[in-house]
Ligand binder design. Structure first.
Ligand SMILES: *Cc1c(COP(=O)(O)O)cnc(C)c1O
Length: 368
């Protein structure tokens, strides 16, 4: 049925292809008549160690206060984030996932007269936000190694450019920047261009990260976004944050809903920040996962991108087929056709037992 009202649908919205998340375990279990307990999900870069135990304990204690609205200013959480990274509270913005912060930046700076620059094979949310805001888009071809071509991206900055999205490590390829290349990129960049460093994997990155917080301290037009979804294992809570110069953070706050971060998320997040052991274990999981899967790829003679985050992009030939045939074996990975990488799958590192199940399934599916 065509509804009359849809004739008035915002054309920016009409053009959007919805984000396709990793398939939930319950959905695959229903469809293939499998026991959910037998399925492993390595599709959404979730933390196989579960949530930070410190966060869980703090949230359990806070449950009886859930009839209250959360603190709209997230005073406690922003204070802890500021303290941990050497900022003032005014430098910190919290969001319903770092995804919300990307959208807030779009609402603030992207519109039909402005352009967003981002890389080919980068996080799809940059495109979604740009389209939602009706902005022009400059997608810059990736390097041969599927990473950002920072020199070409710098060239793509023109007078109408309002936002540059830089993802490091990049999702879905896992590629990372040379810290020196970031300095070159930032050198002499016009002061009316907002650079968003999306560092969702910063705490567990396997290679050196550039010191992007320095640009925030210098008062440059830079936002560094991070999340509790990966290193702290709190993806289901939806909690992310950003550091930026106070005037920039104030502008984004103007575009945000009053209670965007829920009460449990604020309390759980604040407690998680003190859970250094958990973050260390998460990083170890990434390193062991990468070492193991590199070995598997070499054994199966498969090309892969030696990424620096919690996942690996593997060239399997027909990614859709491998994705489909792993599912009845109880293994969910991410097909990459939506990212114009149809020959690849993306696999999140799990526990070693999960990694081994994936490897065995992959060998079967590829007929080794
Ligand atoms: C996972 C991820 C995020 C985090 O999103 P949240 O909304 O904080 O869960 C952001 N950017 C990239 C590149 C990611 O991979």
């Amino acid at each position: 049925m065509m509804m009359k009202i849809l004739e008035k649908l915002n054309p920016n919205v009409a053009g959007i292809t919805p984000y396709e998340p990793g398939r939930p375990i319950e959905e695959v279990a229903r469809e293939l008549n499998l026991d959910p307990a037998e399925i492993i999900k390595l599709a959404s870069n979730e933390n196989a160690l579960g949530p930070s135990p410190k966060a869980v304990a703090a949230m359990r204690e806070a449950l009886p206060t859930c009839h209250r609205y959360p603190d709209g200013g997230a005073y406690l959480l922003r204070g802890k984030l500021a303290e941990k990274y050497g900022f003032e509270r005014e430098h910190v913005l919290v969001g319903n996932g770092s995804n919300e912060i990307l959208e807030l930046a779009g609402h603030c700076f992207l519109h039909s007269g402005a352009a967003a620059v981002f890389s080919q094979y980068s996080f799809v949310v940059y495109r979604l936000v740009s389209m939602l805001c009706g902005a022009r888009m400059r997608e810059v071809p990736a390097t041969a190694g599927l990473g950002h071509d920072l020199a070409a991206m710098r060239e793509a900055v023109s007078p109408d450019t309002a936002v540059v999205f830089l993802c490091n490590p990049n999702n879905p390829t896992g590629t990372m920047f040379e810290p020196a290349a970031v300095e070159t990129f930032m050198d002499g960049l016009p002061e009316d261009v907002l650079v968003i460093f999306d560092e969702a994997y910063a705490e567990i990155a396997l290679e050196a990260m550039p010191d992007t917080l320095r640009y925030v301290r210098e008062g440059r037009p830079v936002l560094v976004t991070r999340t509790f979804s990966k290193a702290y294992g709190l993806a289901g809570l939806r909690l992310g944050y950003a550091f930026g110069a106070p005037p920039l953070v104030r502008a984004l706050n103007q575009a945000r809903q009053p209670f965007n971060c829920n009460l449990l998320a604020q309390i759980g997040g604040a407690a998680a920040l003190a859970d250094d052991d958990f973050v260390a274990a998460s990083r170890k999981l990434c390193r062991e996962g990468r070492d193991y899967l590199e070995g598997v790829c070499r054994e199966l003679d498969l090309e892969y991108v030696p990424g620096g985050a919690i996942f690996m992009l593997i060239k399997v030939g027909d990614g859709a087929r491998v994705f489909a045939e792993l599912q009845p074996r109880g293994v969910i990975v991410r097909p990459m056709a939506g990212y114009q990488l149809p020959e690849y799958i993306r696999v999140t590192y799990g526990t070693m037992a999960e990694n081994k199940r994936f490897a065995a399934g992959l060998a079967e599916v590829l007929g080794e």
